[in-house]
Design a protein around this ligand. Structure first.
Ligand SMILES: Nc1nc2c(ncn2[C@@H]2O[C@H](COP(=O)(O)OP(=O)(O)OP(=O)(O)O)[C@@H](O)[C@H]2O)c(=O)[nH]1
Ligand SMILES: [Mg+2]
Length: 419
């Protein structure tokens, strides 16, 4: 089964909570605060690996959760960090956000690592909140809770050369003639159902060639196997366009050539601009009849090579032209990564809006961050909260927005009057 698109659900680990605890021994009833910090949650990490070629594994395992950080302990002990989850993906796996379709990462090279989601920070234990005035802080900070996210993996093969053409023109035969690949070859349409890659060696050079299922007229509207597979030659540097010049199936070679180019164009304007070399295949069937070849060459703008993938005639000449062309072409670049704020924790952001009843609502990461350290039943904790609101400029911002003394403020689940 070849799977080149998958949606998975990932969650980084929560941060462990900070601990409230006080030093105690035989002689000390209530010593200084010694509650440790919570551990960090584990990350979700992607690694591009040679061991995987398709996304089929993600059909069966869709959920990945990293370990949660442990809570802080007594005696200044920090909780253990949650375990990371490492997900192996094939090279050429493009990671996208399903809502915006934006590219989050392109796993382009073997060994490339990408932290998809960061684990939540652990909360601070009460050991951090002792001051000269507040010697017995009865509160600690909670760990950051992470959210579940959906991401899409899309496999986009990376190869130097893509093979295109009608079904049965000999694409797979050519791949097997020039590389170490052993694709299925048979005398019927759509023998190839998934992309095949082969490494082609030519003297001391080498390149990767991708063979994909055949295209037919209307592929862009779903005819045949559709044009979905063109995704696997989008990231090539050039194309070998294979034409059955013998017309062995009764079609006109020039007509075939134009139809395929139209399909490439309707898939992506970039693909039709890619350098092409035309391989006029099945020359062996023509024997001494050169008329079809000459008619074709008279019209075509691209370099053409006469070959027989079957008898290997012209293969060397074809490889020479391919390798010479590759030398003039730039390397394939990874997908541009759009600015994307997936899970970006801007810890200083907040907004103030006004509710229908005239109260003010303050929300955002900064607020979540302040509130997670608050125990509302504890007087000291509440004074600490008030202090943070002032220090962070939230009070001033409220006045600027028109809030007056006595107005109701909703702030991260806490309701109070402005004083
Ligand atoms: N006589 C002759 N037959 C060829 C040549 N190249 C391929 N064939 C035959 O053409 C048939 C189709 O070859 P494939 O390589 O499977 O064609 P394909 O383009 O990969 O076909 P799909 O995977 O269905 O798109 C097979 O029977 C091959 O043996 C050639 O140069 N000469
Ligand atoms: Mg094939």
């Amino acid at each position: 089964m070849f799977i080149d698109r998958a949606k998975i659900i990932v969650k980084a680990g929560n941060g462990g909570d900070g601990r409230v605890s006080f030093y105690r021994d035989k002689f000390t009833q209530k010593g200084g605060p010694d509650g440790g910090d919570g551990g960090r949650g584990g990350d979700i990490i992607l690694v591009a690996s040679e061991d995987v070629n398709t996304l089929v594994d993600f059909k069966f395992q869709k959920h990945f959760r990293a370990g949660n950080g442990e809570a802080g302990g007594k005696n200044h002990c920090t909780g253990a960090d949650g375990e990371d989850v490492i997900i192996k993906v094939p090279c050429g796996c493009v990671v996208k956000d399903p809502e915006t379709n934006k590219v989050i990462a392109d796993m382009f090279e073997v060994g490339q690592k990408f932290t998809l989601l960061k684990g939540g920070n652990g909360g601070k234990g009460n050991q951090n909140y002792a001051t000269a005035k507040r010697q017995t802080p009865n509160f600690a900070q909670k760990g950051i809770l992470t959210k579940e996210k959906e991401v899409v993996f899309e496999l986009k093969t990376i190869a130097d050369v893509g093979l295109v053409g009608f079904p049965n023109v000999g694409k797979s035969t050519l791949l097997s003639a020039i590389s170490d690949a052993k694709p299925k070859i048979a005398n019927y349409h759509f023998t190839t159902l998934a992309p095949n890659l082969g490494v082609v060696k030519y003297y001391d050079e080498s390149c990767v060639v991708a063979d994909i299922p055949g295209l037919i007229e209307g592929a862009s509207d779903g005819a045949g196997l559709g044009h979905e597979f063109l995704r696997h030659i989008e990231r090539t540097r050039m194309l070998i366009h294979i034409v059955d010049i013998s017309g062995s199936e009764g079609r006109d070679p020039w007509n075939d050539f134009e139809l395929i180019n139209n399909e490439l164009k309707s898939y992506s304007p970039k693909l039709i601009e890619r350098p092409q070399i035309v391989a006029l295949n099945k020359c062996d069937i023509l024997g001494d009849n050169r008329e079809p070849i000459e008619n074709f060459i008279a019209k075509v703008k691209y370099p053409c090579v006469e070959i027989s993938a079957f008898t290997h005639k012209g293969i060397d000449e074809l490889l020479k032209v391919v390798f010479n062309t590759l030398k003039t072409l730039p390397k394939i670049e990874p997908e541009p990564i759009e600015e994307f704020d997936f899970d970006k924790n801007d810890e200083l952001s907040y907004t103030i809006t006004r509710d229908d009843d005239g109260s003010f609502v303050v929300e955002g990461s900064l607020i979540d961050n302040i509130v997670r350290g608050i125990n509302l039943n504890d007087y000291e904790s509440f004074s600490y909260f008030n202090k943070r609101i002032k220090e962070e400029g939230i009070e001033d911002a409220l006045y600027k927005k028109g809030a007056k003394i006595g107005d109701t403020i909703h702030l991260g689940g806490v309701e109070f009057e402005l004083q």
